[in-house]
Design a protein around this ligand. Sequence first.
Ligand SMILES: [Zn+2]
Ligand SMILES: [Zn+2]
Ligand SMILES: [Zn+2]
Ligand SMILES: [Zn+2]
Length: 418
Amino acid sequence: MDNAQEKQQQQPNATRRSSVSSEDSVSVDGAVTGEFTDRSGDDAAAVVQLGFAEQVEEDERDEAFGHEAFPSKIGGRPTWLNPTKPLPAERVLCGVCKDPMTFLLQLYAPEDQPAEAFHRTIYMYCCPKGACHQASWRDCFRVLRSQLPRDNPDDEEEEEEDDAPIWQLSCTPGVVCAVCGLHGSKQCSRCRGVFYCSRTHQILDWTVGGHREACGKASILPEMAASMAARRDRCLFAEREIVSEPEGEGEQAVRTDALEIPHRMAETYAKQDKEALEEEYEDTEVHVDDAFLAFQQRIARYPDQVIRYARVDYTKQPSRPLWVSDLGLPSMAEDITPCSYCGAERTFEFQVLPQMLNFLRIDHAATDALDWGTLVVYTCTRNCHVPDESYMDELVWRQEFSRDGLQDRIAPSPAAAS
Ligand SMILES: [Zn+2]
Ligand SMILES: [Zn+2]
Ligand SMILES: [Zn+2]
Ligand SMILES: [Zn+2]
């Protein structure tokens, strides 16, 4: 993580937004913005929008991550599109360890059709424990689509001609878990002053978060409050804003050094270039993973990208994800199932790149560290609206780097070949 931060600082990019202001968040063709879809109605949406992780200064956090900002972000606590309906923990329990998953990211990706999707945010959760992913990765991710029409009850005062209306809460926001921001259905029975999504987070806050010392106290010192906030934050993925910009040819961003891929084998592999690989394996039977080579070349234009967003209008040919390997592809018929609410097909919307792992505060040295090649998210082509349902389940496919291929190339041995 430190390495990645250092690289970002060394590589100032004048075209990228470094701080948040409300004027910047309006989508303009080709401009840097926090919004992923394009309302201009032309074919610009066919261009892949890249997402980059940006640090937000403490004094800018409220503005950057408030409801009225419709943020796209990684880590920290989610900003609910409809704050009166925070997501209940039951919707995001890990299928392996049964604990609530950790908030990974949200992307604000509004759509014109139907009207109910005027505001639209995709939320992504994952279990932070690598061991759970190794046991059954499908039980370790959850993707949820939340949407609201423009004229929603929480959205009273709209400014005309403004795509980003000023958010006015006409209802009381729902109570949220002090640790993670999910719906707080449980309350500390002693002080009745804090809420939790689950017993797991109540215990975590008592032991790790410092509520044991604060419980029942009429007032706590600012230093103690700050220390508690920091301890709670450490139970979450590190927080970053996601800003987007269209993928170009990357003239300004081309770098010759290796990608920031935390997977150790992939790191070694990424240092070798295509020519060297092909030369080295010209006379052997070793399978050269063309998908990985293509991935590497494409990503090298903008090595810091963490998201590739490419949802297109459902009337057009869907765009394709950038796979990290020839292996482990989903079967479109069996794995990418239709929308479970309306039966419509699901379409590729965006993918999370392995570079994001650099920003999550993960100990990559641990043998069971959280890891992925890419996470590909598919969503309902119709953006269907389900009455009385604020969060519609969508689908994620995880692809890993081809470990066998990497091993063959890095340390060819009879054992690895068999
Ligand atoms: Zn788990
Ligand atoms: Zn919680
Ligand atoms: Zn208490
Ligand atoms: Zn649907």
